[in-house]
Structure formats: C-alpha cells, structure tokens
Design a protein around this ligand. Structure first.
Ligand SMILES: Cc1cc2nc3c(=O)[nH]c(=O)nc-3n(C[C@H](O)[C@H](O)[C@H](O)COP(=O)(O)O)c2cc1C
Length: 416
C-alpha cells in the first residue's frame, strides 16, 4: 500500500476565501497588497461584501429541478454561466498573467475582460480567448484613443468596456504597497526580503526569464502605419491618465459612436460598448441616452471613492429604471455562487469578478482561475437548485430575504 502524506496541500481549493489565503501565503507582500487594494478607510470594499451577506435566500424543500439552465449571453457572447472576468491591471501576480486568466475563462466558457493597464497585449490575450472585451480608461487625446480602439478591434476584441469612474483617490489607512517602476538591482535589493520568502512565486518567474519591468503594452504609442512603439512603464501610463481632462457625457457618446463606426461590419453594425462604473439611476439613464449597450454597476471594487455604497444595494433601482433597453451587469464583492444568484435576482444579467480570480491566479495560475470559476459556477447551481428554479432567468427578488432599507436609489430622476 502506498503511503500518501495527508498534510500535503491539495492544489484544489474549496472556496474563494481559501484561494485568497493561499495567494496571501504565496505572493510577495507588495503584490498581495496591490490585489487587496481598497481605498481610504475601506468602507466601500467592506460594504461590497457585507451587503451580499446581508441578503438571505428563500429556498424550497421539494419540487427541485434535476437540470438547471445557467447559460446566458453578454453583449452577444454566449457564456456557460453568468460570470465574466472583470478587467484588472494585474501586474507581477503570475508570469502568464492575463493570458493564463484568458485561457481559464475560455476553458470554462466565459468572457475575458482585459484592462488597458494589463501586462499582456490584447493580441496575445485574444489568441488565448476569442471572447475578449477590451477595457479602456479615458486617457490620452482623442487621436490616441482612436488608435487604441482600432488596435483592439483589429486584434479581434468583441466589445469595448470604458471604465470612467476613477477619481485618483490615493491612500489607505492600512498603507499602500510600494511598487518599483523598474525591477533593477536596487529594487531587487530593496524587495529581496519580501520576495525571497516567496520561493514558488519567484521560481515561476525565474522559469519564465525573470521578473519583468512593469509596463503597459496596450498603451504603447501607435504610428500612422499601425506599428507599435515602446510600451510605457506603468507609472508613465498612469501619468498620462492623471493629466487627461476628465470626460463629459458628450465624450462618452463620442466614444460609443467612434467605437461603433470603426468596428462596423458590412451590414454597418458596430461592436458593442459597455460603460463600467455606474452607481446612480440618473447616470444609468444618461448612459442609455449616450448609446451604450451595457453598463456595469460598479464602484471599482471599493478601490476608488470610499463611501460609495455596495453595488448590490444600488443595483435594483438602476435595473428597474433602464428596463431592457440595455444589459445591466454588476461587479464588486462577488465571492460565492450564491452572490451571483442574489445579483441576478435583483436585476443583473451577469456579474463580473475581480479579486476572486486574482486570488486563484496568485494561488495556482491558470488552474487556480479555473478552480475559482468552478466554485462560482457550482455555488450558483446549488442556489438555483435550492430555490427550485429550472433556470437562472427565473430568479426574482421573491427568492431573497431583503432587509428593510437595503436598496438605495442614488440620483433617482423623477419622471421627466
Ligand atoms: C488589483 C485590481 C486592479 C484593477 N484594475 C482595473 C482596471 O485596470 N480596469 C478596470 O476597469 N477595473 C479595474 N479594477 C476593478 C475591477 O474590474 C472590478 O471592478 C472589481 O475588482 C470588482 O470587485 P471585486 O474585486 O470585489 O470582484 C481593478 C481591481 C483590482 C482589485
């Protein structure tokens, strides 16, 4: 009989919380802290998760369905279950970075959202997952933005996500990690104690040729002939962003129009556009007016303006106000399949996840992201089963226990 070490760590984890704990142990402290993020006193990041916990479920005891429909579509892409990858500027978590995430999403039949601050190019990521949505911030002038949109379209991105909620609020009560601009000798020496204690993380990078400088390949300058210049450093890219005057609603409408024109097919139909970062009913209605196809009700995972309520609290009135004019997604605080069920019951078509998959990536690369997606899918399936539904499309607020005062209608616009 062969003897197996019962204490050997199983690479598979059973919940997102376990993935987070594995990532915390495996990643160098500054890398883990960069994923943890949150801003100011951490009110928003905490509320994003607390609000899901405040909601209960109202299950049935019998009459369950032996087959449950979990699939849906988001912006024309068929997905096996209503969870897609939210774009994150993942830097130095894993050598394969967003390519590993994109492969995991493809393996689990869902969409990859790629940040313009990502460490891998849109071309590589689309190759790993054809169902990739490219995310842009409002950075650079219009000509620069048009070139970046053209590049994403030419690479095969299926939709554009514009994230416009960022307000450059810096500082956390628990301290922000130091991120080196260039991984040169002096940075290596400074970070050595934190990095050397993370052998498996370091070994993965050593195998892939060492720790790269932090650059943003999707923000590289694009010449008239389409050729790419040197990608800016992460900090150079951030500076361009900080010094770009913020967009107006006319700019949003311009962005939608421009993307649709440059991605138009023979029939004249352009590719879809999502506005990420909507928290208010009036902004949701303005988004409809600006011509977007979808919004994500999002507070940037609590990394931005602290004091913004949890997205799940502001979702229901937004979903009611826009009806079926556009698709409504939600991101922020999703850690369990039952959280996905709650968001759908309150009007989301699908959710986007950020930290959940980052923990999986940090803990175990592509397999870790697949593991997290499986946890979310299986947890959703259990919730749909328990609530006696044959399909995610049957979930309604009546399936939930909603405390008084839970929903918040921000910027409610009286009928006009
Ligand atoms: C480390 C980190 C980096 C992020 N970078 C981006 C980004 O580049 N673009 C973007 O639109 N959102 C970014 N986000 C926000 C996520 O897309 C998403 O809105 C958020 O993570 C959702 O909350 P959750 O982490 O609780 O799932 C980032 C979030 C984190 C945690």
């Amino acid at each position: 009989m062969s003897w197996k070490n019962p204490w050997k760590q199983n690479p598979w984890f059973e919940s997102v919380a376990v993935a987070q704990e594995r990532a915390r142990k495996r990643l160098p402290k500054p890398v883990y802290a960069a994923l943890l993020a949150g801003s100011e006193r951490g009110q928003t990041i905490a509320d994003n998760q607390q609000a899901f916990a405040d909601l209960g479920l109202a299950p049935h005891v019998a009459g369950h369905h032996d087959k449950r429909e979990l699939s849906t579509t988001v912006l024309g892409q068929e997905i096996g279950f209503p969870v897609i990858i939210s774009p994150t500027g993942v830097q130095a978590v894993h050598p394969d970075g967003e390519v590993a995430v994109a492969r995991a999403a493809a393996a689990r039949g869902t969409v990859m959202g790629l940040s313009n601050f990502a460490s891998k190019s849109v071309e590589e990521v689309v190759e790993a997952n054809a169902a990739t949505f490219f995310q842009m911030y409002w950075t650079g002038d219009r000509d620069v933005m048009i070139r970046r949109m053209r590049r994403a379209h030419a690479a095969g991105a299926k939709a554009l996500i514009a994230t416009l909620d960022w307000s450059f609020s810096m500082g956390r009560d628990w301290g922000s990690p130091e991120i080196p601009e260039k991984v040169d000798l002096s940075a290596m020496l400074r970070f050595a104690p934190q990095v050397m204690s993370r052998g498996r993380w370091l070994a993965a990078y050593a195998r892939s040729g060492g720790i790269p400088d932090l650059t943003a390949p999707n923000l590289a300058p694009i010449a008239d002939d389409g050729s790419l210049g040197e990608p800016p450093t992460f900090f150079g890219a951030y500076y361009e962003w900080m010094t770009t005057p913020p967009p107006s609603w006319d700019d949003v409408a311009w962005m939608v129009r421009t993307w649709k024109e440059l991605s138009a097919d023979a029939s004249g139909a352009g590719k879809p556009f999502m506005l990420k970062g909507v928290c208010r009913v009036d902004d949701a209605l303005r988004s409809v007016d600006a011509g977007v196809d979808a919004i994500s009700v999002s507070n940037h995972g609590g990394n931005n303006l602290d004091g913004t309520p949890a997205t799940i609290r502001v979702l229901p009135p937004i979903a009611t106000a826009v009806g079926d004019q556009i698709e409504v997604l939600l991101d922020g605080g999703v850690r369990r399949g039952s959280d996905v069920a709650k968001a759908l019951a309150l009007g989301a078509r699908a959710v986007m996840v950020g930290r959940a998959y980052l923990w999986g990536l940090g803990a175990n690369g592509q397999a870790g992201v697949e593991n997290v997606l499986d946890i979310l899918r299986n947890g959703l399936d259990s919730a749909v089963l328990g609530m006696g539904k044959a399909s995610i499309h049957e979930l309604t607020p009546a399936d939930l226990v909603i405390p008084d005062g839970f929903e918040l209608a921000l910027g409610h616009r009286a009928a006009d």
